[in-house]
Design a protein around this ligand. Sequence first.
Ligand code: AMP
Length: 189
Amino acid sequence: MFSIVLFGAPGAGKGTQSKMLVEKYDLTYISTGEMLRKEIAAQSPIGLQAKDIINKGELVTDEMIVRLIEKTVRETKQQGILFDGFPRNVVQAYILEGFMHRINGNLLGCLSLEVPKETLVQRMLNRAKIEGRADDKEDVIMNRFKEYENKTLPVADFYKGENMYYPVCGTGSVDEVFSRLTKIIDSKL
Ligand code: AMP
């Protein structure tokens, strides 16, 4: 059992690439953002707790994230798990280590989609028009970048320190980015 962390700023293309990777390698897909949006739509206790935080562009608590994903991690039948949007801070990177330890798994690596900030902002604003996500408004987008820079970027240093960090150019066509990612994954499998 292995796991892959797909890392990158909001708008880096994690969602698009994840869906293709999950299919190619037959992985369990864990997108904490997507799971939270489902909880909000279902008006579950977690969803009600998360809604205002997400709509401000802030990160929800680590405890909520553990509650959200631990069952899926424990019960996965696939050969591996792809994490999209997790870990979002260094505490969550340690939480992932704990999860892997418990299920006898290992982290293949943290693959980071690198995209210039101007491109990211433009992509996010375009997506706001198409998808209508409640947290894709300009001021909220800026707050999400701030959270990313303050809390999530240190996760990159954490994995660099463990020799687990693989930067991948995230510009170009979807297929080009996909082939850069699969080259790294194939070399690790
Ligand atoms: P995403 O779809 O990954 O961009 O996530 C949307 C929002 O959900 C984020 O801006 C956070 O408010 C929340 N969120 C998603 N994943 C996490 C996480 N691992 N830790 C904390 N908050 C998260």
